[in-house]
Design a protein around this ligand. Structure first.
Ligand code: GLN
Length: 203
């Protein structure tokens, strides 16, 4: 079978770093800026960056509803940091005009770690990722305040949930794309490869 094709939402944020991480785990990465570019993907990454800007640009590029439909269809999506915020069904400390895509039955608090400590690194044990903890890079990072029954907590740091999975959707507060450790991208690409054939091929 051909390599999974994974889009990276390329409106804003650390797109290049995600493309490099995806290449490192044998996926074909593609930048996505237009609704029609969602059609042939096996999965989509929503990068780290600034969720309010990403929300504004998603509206400006006519991508908000197509992205919501992509997630709602059960197609694989991985969000890091701002990307996690975008995947939250409920958001705390967002801007009043800020939109999310939803997809995970969780309440995310934006900039939650940021207020205490703008940026830090910590070893994080992630359930489903073998081989010891990953190095979590947290930059004005959100945390997950609570999850509903459908969502599974994969990692906790300092008592706060920092990685979750619900069906084909994965989200982390931290940025594996900024480290040389691509195990979370590996996990996501294997989720996408598994979903291939079971999920509809077009949005
Ligand atoms: N604080 C940012 C936001 O609200 C997220 C930061 C990040 O992605 N590193 O979008």
């Amino acid at each position: 079978m051909s390599d999974p094709v994974i889009g990276v939402l390329a409106l804003q944020g650390d797109v290049r770093e995600h493309l490099a991480a995806l290449a490192g785990v044998g996926a074909e990465g593609r930048q996505v800026r237009r609704p029609e570019e969602l059609a042939d993907l096996d999965g989509l990454v929503v990068p780290g960056g600034e969720s309010t800007t990403m929300s504004n640009l998603a509206v400006a590029f006519g991508l908000l509803e197509p992205l919501r439909a992509f997630v709602a269809a059960g197609r694989p999506v991985y969000g890091t940091c701002a990307g996690m915020i975008m995947l939250a069904d409920r958001l705390l400390d967002g801007r009043p005009d800020q939109h999310t895509l939803g997809g995970v039955d969780m309440t995310v608090r934006r900039n939650a770690f940021g207020r205490q400590n703008e940026s830090f690194e910590a070893d994080v044990e992630v359930s489903g990722v073998a081989g010891g903890p990953v190095r979590g890079v947290f930059i004005r990072a959100p945390w997950v305040e609570s999850v509903g029954e459908a969502a599974q907590v994969l990692a906790v740091h300092d008592g706060h949930t920092v990685a979750v999975r619900q069906g084909n959707v994965l989200a982390t507060s931290f940025h594996p794309e900024l480290t040389g450790d691509h195990r979370l991208h590996g996990l996501f690409v294997s989720m996408a490869a598994e979903a291939r054939g079971t999920a509809p091929a077009a949005a």
